[in-house]
Write a protein that binds this ligand. Structure first.
Ligand code: HEC
Ligand code: HEC
Ligand code: HEC
Ligand code: HEC
Length: 203
C-alpha cells in the first residue's frame, strides 16, 4: 500500500508542468519542465511567447472537452443546491448521518475530504486543486489531477471505453461511469453457490 501511495504521489507530481523563464540574449527563451511517464525529468526549450500564452490563465485555451453521457446521478439528488443553497458548508470530517449515509470515503481518505472535490461555494459543481470550478460533466479532469497516466490513456481511448469512429464523433464514458468516486476499488465478486443438481427427476 505504501509503495502504491508513493507511486500515485509521483504520478500526481508528474502532471504538474513547471515553466521557468530565462533571459537569453535579446529574445526570451523558456524552459518547460515536466516528468515523463517513466518518471524522468524532461526539460524542453520553448519560445517564451508560447509558454506565456499557455501559462497565463487569461489567455489559456480552454481545456479540450469530451462528449460524454450525462453524469449518472441518483434520482432526485441533482441539483444539489436544492438543499445546499441554504446550508453552511461543513468542513468537519464525520460520518454522514442526516443525508448521504451511503457515502463512506475510501479513496485516499487520509489526505482529503468531501470538499477537496466538491465545491463548498456551489454544490452543483466540482473544484480542482487550482481553484478552477468545473461542471460534473468534466469530472475526468478532477480525476486526472492525481491519475495523470490513466487520464492520458483515456483521452486517446486506451483506458476505459470510447465508441464511435476514429475519424468521426466519439463518445467517452466518464471515469465515474465505471469507478465509484468515493470508493473506487473494484470489489471482488462474491462467488455464487454452485448450481444444484436437480433431484428426483429420473432420465
Ligand atoms: C475524489 C473526489 C471526491 C470526494 C473526495 C468526494 N466526492 Fe462526492 N462525488 C465526486 C464525483 C466526481 C461525483 C459525481 C458522480 C456523478 O457524476 O454522477 C460525486 C458525487 C457525489 C454525490 C451524488 C451521489 C449520487 O448518488 O448521485 C454526493 C451526494 C456526494 N458526491 C457527496 C460526497 C460526500 C458527502 C463526500 C465526503 C464524505 C464526497 N462526496 C467526497 C467526487 C468526490
Ligand atoms: C435532500 C437534500 C440534499 C441534497 C439534494 C443534497 N444534499 Fe448534500 N447534504 C445534505 C445534508 C442534510 C448534509 C449534512 C449531512 C450530515 O451532516 O450528516 C449534506 C452534506 C453534504 C456534504 C458534506 C459536506 C457538508 O457541507 O456538509 C457534501 C460534500 C454534499 N452534501 C454533497 C452533495 C452533492 C454533491 C449533492 C448533489 C449531487 C448533494 N449533496 C445533494 C443534504 C442534501
Ligand atoms: C487527490 C488525489 C486523487 C484524486 C483527485 C483522485 N484520486 Fe483516485 N486515488 C488516489 C490515491 C492516492 C489512490 C490510492 C490509494 C487509495 O485507493 O486510497 C487512488 C486510487 C484510485 C483507484 C484504484 C483503486 C484500486 O486500488 O483498485 C481508482 C480506480 C481511482 N483512484 C479512481 C479515481 C477517480 C475515478 C477519480 C475522480 C473521480 C479519482 N480517482 C480522483 C488519489 C486521487
Ligand atoms: C469503461 C469503464 C472505465 C472507464 C470509463 C475508466 N476506467 Fe479506470 N478502470 C477500468 C477497469 C475495468 C479497470 C481495472 C482493469 C485495468 O487496470 O485496466 C480500471 C482501473 C483503473 C485504475 C487502477 C489501475 C491500477 O493500476 O490499479 C485507475 C487509477 C483508474 N482506472 C482510473 C481511471 C480514470 C482516472 C478514468 C477517467 C479518466 C477511468 N479510470 C476511466 C474501467 C474504466
Amino acid at each position: 500500500m505504501k509503495t502504491r501511495i508513493t507511486l500515485f504521489a509521483l504520478l500526481a507530481f508528474g502532471t504538474l508542468a513547471v515553466a521557468t523563464l530565462t533571459q537569453v540574449g535579446p529574445a526570451l527563451a523558456a524552459e518547460e519542465k515536466y516528468f515523463d511517464r517513466s518518471g524522468r525529468l524532461v526539460v524542453e526549450e520553448k519560445p517564451a511567447a508560447e509558454l506565456l500564452r499557455t501559462y497565463n490563465p487569461k489567455n489559456r485555451e480552454p481545456e479540450k472537452t469530451f462528449p460524454v453521457p450525462s453524469p449518472p446521478f441518483s434520482e432526485g439528488i441533482f441539483p444539489c443546491s436544492d438543499c445546499h443553497a441554504d446550508m453552511e458548508p461543513n468542513l468537519t470530517r464525520r460520518e454522514m448521518e442526516d443525508e448521504h449515509t451511503d457515502i463512506v470515503l475510501n479513496h485516499a481518505e487520509g489526505q482529503r475530504w468531501c470538499l477537496d472535490c466538491h465545491n463548498p461555494n456551489d454544490r452543483d459543481t466540482l473544484r480542482l486543486v487550482s481553484g478552477e470550478v468545473i461542471p460534473f460533466s468534466e469530472s475526468y479532469r478532477l480525476c486526472g489531477q492525481c491519475h495523470g497516466d490513466k487520464y492520458r490513456d483515456w483521452r486517446v481511448g486506451i483506458h476505459g471505453k470510447r465508441t464511435g469512429y476514429w475519424n468521426g464523433d466519439k463518445q467517452y464514458l466518464l471515469c465515474i461511469h465505471c469507478h465509484n468516486p468515493h470508493d473506487p476499488q473494484f470489489k471482488p465478486l462474491t462467488p455464487m453457490p454452485p448450481p444444484e443438481r436437480p433431484t428426483g427427476a429420473s432420465h
